[in-house]
Write a protein that binds this ligand. Structure first.
Ligand code: FAD
Length: 306
């Protein structure tokens, strides 16, 4: 119930206008968000790189209202990639297509993504976040179109969606780089598996497909995006059995979540990438983080008491 309430709150305009102004909410976000500016995220990227961890950075915000807003996001990321290159950081960017204008104009969104991919370092990837199920067809259509011309683009797929196995099968001929996650949005049961056990089972099945495709040279770098030790353990076990090197795939986690486990993975020689978010539009994103682990709500309430 609490998960549903938090996911409902994540898309409520009244709450997203007012709650972010509350000091106790701002204090609580610091655990998952180093700051609102790109420099805050890159500061953490620098520190993490010193500890052997690569990063992805993402500007929070979704569903921009005008083409000018979408252009501004594209310009922001182009400048960010320039800074990343100048500083020699092992940092990639991950974008939401609704931030690049997906709700307004498919062709213009594709054009903006095309610019980002061209502006990206040849050795790095521009990642597409996956948003709610209403966006999946359009996101994959744009991914396909851009992937046909460029290698350095990857896309996130969500294991909670019943369609994802079929989507992955259709994408494999493109040798795609895929980031696999469980999925963070509120979806109806005819679209997403309602039971966590089914989501986990699908996650393991999709991981196996990705790892085998990687071994056979049919996929780019698989990214196992989860904090679930069982999922990570299964992925590592599969890679080991297939004889895949530890740098042939990545494990990815969110900034501030399970940091001890992140350090343990790096110490054990696995390739870890941490996704660091920044920006002022953090409310819906933050509500989704609370929904993933309702125990985090107590953390917020403790800030209120303090
Ligand atoms: C790198 C990365 C990129 C992502 N990109 C997307 C995307 O593009 N689209 C999308 O829909 N979703 C995305 N997500 C979110 C993802 O879909 C899940 O909602 C999120 O990762 C929680 O699921 P889990 O796999 O960690 O497993 P769960 O089964 O939810 O959690 C496993 C364990 O991890 C810990 N944990 C999980 N979440 C939290 C939390 N918020 N706070 C504290 N502990 C926690 C808990 O110990 C929990 O028991 C991304 C996640 C990662 C790590």
């Amino acid at each position: 119930m609490l998960r549903n309430a938090l996911l409902w709150a994540s898309s409520n305009p009244y709450l997203s206008e007012r709650l972010p102004r509350a000091r106790f909410v701002q204090r609580a976000t610091r655990r998952f968000l180093p700051g609102e500016r790109l420099e805050d995220a890159l500061g953490e990227a620098r520190r993490l790189q010193g500890e052997g961890t690569a990063t992805t950075v993402t500007l929070l915000g979704e569903n921009v209202a005008t083409p000018a807003d979408a252009d501004a996001v594209a310009e922001h990321y182009l400048a960010a990639m320039e800074t990343i290159r100048e500083e020699g950081l092992d940092t990639e960017i991950s974008v939401k297509l609704t931030q690049l204008g997906l709700d307004q104009d498919l062709a213009a969104t594709r054009h903006r993504l095309d610019r980002l991919v061209r502006g990206c370092d040849p050795g790095a990837l521009v990642w597409l976040d996956m948003e709610s199920s209403a966006c999946v067809d359009r996101t994959l259509e744009i991914f396909r179109a851009v992937r046909e011309d460029h290698q350095n683009v990857g896309v996130c797929l969500q294991a909670y969606l019943q369609r994802t196995k079929a989507d992955l099968e259709k994408l494999l001929p493109l040798h795609p780089a895929i980031r696999l996650v469980k999925g963070a949005y509120k979806e109806p049961p005819d679209v997403a598996f309602p039971r966590k056990a089914d989501v986990d089972q699908n996650y393991i099945r999709l991981t196996s497909m990705l790892m085998r495709a990687r071994k056979e040279g049919r996929a780019g770098r698989p990214v196992i995006g989860t904090h679930d030790s069982r999922m990570v353990g299964e992925a590592n076990r599969m890679a080991h059995e297939l004889g895949l090197a530890k740098d042939a795939y990545e494990i990815a986690m969110l900034y501030g979540i399970r940091t001890a486990e992140q350090e343990r993975l790096v110490r054990s020689g696995y390739t870890l990438r941490v996704l660091v978010s920044y920006g002022s539009h953090w409310f819906p994103w933050y509500m989704r983080r609370l929904a993933e682990r309702p125990a985090n709500v107590w953390f917020v309430l403790r800030q209120l008491v303090r």
